[in-house]
Design a protein around this ligand. Structure first.
Ligand SMILES: Nc1ncnc2c1ncn2[C@@H]1O[C@H](COP(=O)(O)OP(=O)(O)OP(=O)(O)O)[C@@H](O)[C@H]1O
Length: 603
């Protein structure tokens, strides 16, 4: 955008976002205008036939039947051509609007993918969903249906009034007056709604309902187990109630103006008939006036339905502006800064140098001057109490967030000096909560390496020890997760995530509680799977169960955002510090049994 150039709004901003040109839209509008004009021909034809009938009614034999048939045929042709053109206009407008919303959705989705994770976690899924689905859907409705309709309605109204004024100015005024009065009432309401911020409030309220309904559905197990109902799930209930109150308030605000609007525009005949009769009584022998009056009686009430149509557009114009503003709010979020020409590391030691980090600008320090080196070909384990900052340390490596102070380097290259794409290529991450898409198992694994062959996916699944349970599913690798009652256990889901990571085969591997769901047998399977995954890589492993990481080359004990101890399992035991305490607590608790009867005993 050039300096001092006003940012685009509404439809032109939509075109800018989607990268579409307005040419198809203009063609669609032109077709719509032509279609509308052709649809006026039948009215003209009725008028001509009536005029002929009235003027020669007394002497039936002088009726020009050829003239009347020609007009009847012309009326029919006008009707057919009008509908064909309107159909063409509608088709073009739909194709155009679907291209626009496709472009907008892709742009927003692509942009969200470039934003720091902070954006996704700080903004509820409901809000993002609302922008991507409902707000964009309104755009389709507006572009495909309302805008072409608006143009044809305005053209039709203009054409009718031009014809009316050319026939009889006084009768034309009698038709115009109630419509003007109606719109004055309507605009008064509109200004009131705009001043009250009603459109924005409506979008905000829908966004809140969308967010809390997602939480309600996602939290269903807890809601059920704690005997909650939709009424006691306070947030959702309040959002529904406040939307009801808001819409009631808005209706009360809009209703009186709308009733007056309808009353005026539907009373065109009430204004027209007395005016016409007065004019007729002045000169009852004027047959041509009677013909004109009849013509007004045919066309006049038609203007009411057109005026009713126009009413909706003024409201929808605000809706579209608000929808585009919300899409722009997402697009204006700053993506992670990245260099144009990124550097690529040639080795994969990870070095944290005095890294401090807070989630919010002025927020609590989560990490405080963390320094360590995780060597290539070695396992570096992070252990410590819950909330110590282990996951945060891991998530800083692929730049889910950027450090507040200090730096992280891979093979001597600061992660901020690599392009985001290159950085992501270097890192595999198995998350605490494995996320599987509602797709086939094959596609879920192949996510690790787009374009992977069947053999590669199966090899990865074998290495991750999940091939056997996949083959036992109804359609093997082509089984859709979530369909037909196919659900996987937590441990199975995690092994699929490990298969994904094996397939990606990145030089850096981060495992955040990768065996958290595993039972004893599963954990053994998973350990074997991980062994084949971690060779020659830089591995960062977070674990609560210390047995899982006792063989790690280096163990970092994290507490309250700092590294309190560092060393191998044996070295740390000899220090008799936090790690030694955690180890003895784990050994102690693993020897616990619960007795049926009097008391719990230890071995
Ligand atoms: N997205 C976030 N926004 C704000 N604070 C966060 C966010 N994620 C984590 N925190 C806070 O950062 C601190 C460290 O969290 P982190 O998940 O790194 O700890 P952890 O040691 O991995 O814990 P656990 O072992 O329970 O997974 C916690 O106090 C947590 O509340």
């Amino acid at each position: 955008m050039k300096k001092n150039e006003k940012p685009k709004q509404g439809v032109s901003r939509l075109l800018e976002i989607s990268g579409e040109t307005n040419a198809p839209f203009i063609v669609s509008v032109l077709l719509s205008i032509c279609g509308t004009l052709f649809q006026l021909v039948p009215y003209l034809s009725v008028y001509q036939v009536m005029a002929e009938l009235l003027q020669h009614a007394a002497a039936g034999s002088s009726l020009n039947t050829g003239f009347m048939i020609r007009w009847a045929v012309l009326g029919l042709i006008g009707l057919i051509v009008g509908y064909v053109l309107s159909y063409g206009s509608g088709m073009m407008a739909h194709a155009f609007s679907y291209r626009v919303i496709c472009g907008v959705r892709l742009k927003v989705a692509e942009h969200i993918g470039k934003l720091p994770m902070g954006y996704v976690t700080n903004h509820s899924i409901g809000k993002i969903k609302q922008v991507l689905e409902a707000d964009v859907e309104q755009i389709e409705n507006f572009l495909a249906h309302q805008l072409p309709d608006l143009v044809s309605t305005v053209v039709m109204l203009l054409a009718i009034f031009i014809i009316m004024f050319s026939q009889n100015i006084k009768l034309a005024f009698a038709c115009l007056l109630p419509i003007v009065l109606g719109f004055v009432c309507q605009f008064a309401v509109l200004i009131k709604v705009m001043k009250s911020g009603g459109v924005k409030e409506n979008f905000d309220a829908l966004e809140k309902i969308s967010s809390s309904s997602i939480q309600y559905v996602q939290g269903m197990p807890s809601i059920k187990i704690f005997g909650q109902t939709v009424k006691s799930f306070q947030k959702f209930y309040e959002d529904i109630i406040s939307y009801r109150d808001f819409t009631t308030r808005m209706t009360e605000m809009i209703r009186p103006g709308f009733v007056l609007f309808r009353m005026f525009v539907l009373s065109v005949a009430t204004f027209l008939v007395p005016a016409g009769l007065l004019l007729y009584l002045r000169n009852p022998s004027d047959v041509s006036f009677v013909v004109t009056f009849l013509f007004f009686l045919i066309l006049g009430p038609g203007t009411a339905s057109l005026a009713l149509k126009l009413r909706g557009f003024s409201e929808n114009m605000n809706v579209i502006t608000e929808g585009v503003t919300r899409v722009d709010e997402v697009l204006n979020e700053k993506p992670l800064p990245e260099p144009v020409q990124g550097k690529l590391p040639t080795s994969y030691d990870i070095k944290f140098h005095d890294v401090s980090f807070s989630y919010e600008a002025e927020g609590r320090k989560i990490l405080d001057k963390i320094s360590f080196i995780a060597r290539q070909g070695e396992i570096t384990a992070l252990v410590g109490p819950s909330g110590a900052g282990k996951s945060t340390i891991a998530e800083l490596i692929p730049r889910f967030w950027d450090v507040t102070d200090g730096g992280i380097a891979i093979g001597g290259v600061d992660v901020r000096d690599m392009t985001v794409h290159d950085l992501m290529e270097q890192v595999s991450f198995v998350f605490q909560e494995s996320f599987l898409f509602s797709d086939t198992i094959f596609n879920n694994i192949a996510l690790g390496k787009p374009g992977a062959t069947k053999e590669q996916v199966e090899q990865a699944a074998c290495a991750a020890r999940c091939h056997d349970f996949i083959m036992a599913l109804p359609e093997g690798y082509q089984t859709n997760i979530g369909d037909g009652g196919v659900y996987l256990s937590g441990g199975e889901q995690q092994r699929i995530s490990i298969a994904r990571a094996i397939l990606k085969d990145a030089p850096i591997l981060i495992l955040d509680e990768a065996s958290a769901y595993a039972d004893a047998e599963n954990e053994h399977e998973m350990q074997i799977a991980l062994r084949s995954l971690i060779q020659h890589k830089t591995v960062i492993m977070i674990a609560h169960r210390l047995t899982t990481i006792r063989n790690a080359n280096q163990i970092l004990v994290v507490d309250q955002g700092q590294i309190k101890e560092k060393g191998s399992h044996n070295e740390l035991l000899e220090k008799h510090g936090l790690y030694a305490d955690m180890w003895s607590t784990e050994e102690y608790s693993s020897s616990w049994t619960i007795c049926a009867g009097k008391e719990a005993v230890t071995e």
